[in-house]
Design a binder for this molecule. Structure first.
Ligand code: CA
Length: 224
């Protein structure tokens, strides 16, 4: 299985956050730490996050609401952290789409083991993990993109958007459909978001002709 990648830790207690960070970093992960739920959601936009660890009790929201907000727009693996050791919370957390649940006080080593287990379940390896479109190569296992052999850093959304287009080269995919596939059904921002991300992709890839705009229909990927 792929190692490393970025893990988002949303936890308002610095002691716990730095402990978790130390263990994850020792295991080869990069850690983005957010103290509040709103910062956590921003971090998801800014970084290519592979998994999120959410504390249940946060200053501005709780882990359940945050998990719901993440689930509304992605399938990102989520591990919940909580001081509450009540079965009802565990059930609620899993119903909301959390992939696992760790009760405080926890052993950091156990948390890291759970993270690996969740990633293994969430990211099964298949033979079609690599897509090639012209000189653009996408690898779903490492969520990495390269153009003519040179790595290009994409956000999670940009990667997913490009992946969906590259899966069906030459086929027009509507904005609504892209919004649904990449952002999730309940994303409130509208199709303008898709346009903005396509523009970013074109700029980052340096291949403006790769993703064509089809008027009143959507976008299609045309490998050069
Ligand atoms: Ca807390």
């Amino acid at each position: 299985m792929q190692r490393g990648g970025t893990i988002l830790v949303v936890e308002d207690e610095p002691d716990i956050a730095s402990l978790v960070r130390a263990y994850l970093e020792r295991d080869g992960f990069r850690v983005v730490w957010a103290e509040r739920g709103t910062e956590g959601l921003q971090a998801l936009e800014q970084h290519d996050v592979r998994l999120a660890i959410l504390d249940l009790q946060l200053p501005d929201t709780d882990g359940f609401d945050l998990c719901r907000a993440i689930r509304a727009c992605s399938r990102l693996p989520v591990v919940m952290l909580t001081a509450r050791d009540e079965e009802v919370d565990r059930v609620t957390g899993l119903e909301l789409g959390a992939d696992d649940y760790v009760t405080k006080p926890f052993s950091p080593r156990e948390l890291v083991a759970r993270v690996h287990a969740v990633l293994r379940r969430a990211e099964p390896e298949t033979d079609d993990d690599v897509l090639v479109a012209g000189d653009v190569t996408l690898d779903r296992r490492s969520r990495s993109a390269s153009v003519a052999g040179v790595d290009v850093e994409l956000t999670a959304r940009e990667f997913d958007l490009l992946w969906h287009l590259a899966e069906r080269p030459g086929v027009v995919v509507g904005r609504e459909r892209l919004l649904e596939r990449v952002w999730g059904l309940s994303f409130p921002g509208g199709t303008r978001t898709v346009d903005v991300h396509v523009a970013q992709l074109r700029r980052k890839l340096g291949r403006p002709d790769l993703i064509r705009t089809v008027r009143r229909a959507g976008y299609k990927l045309v490998p050069g």
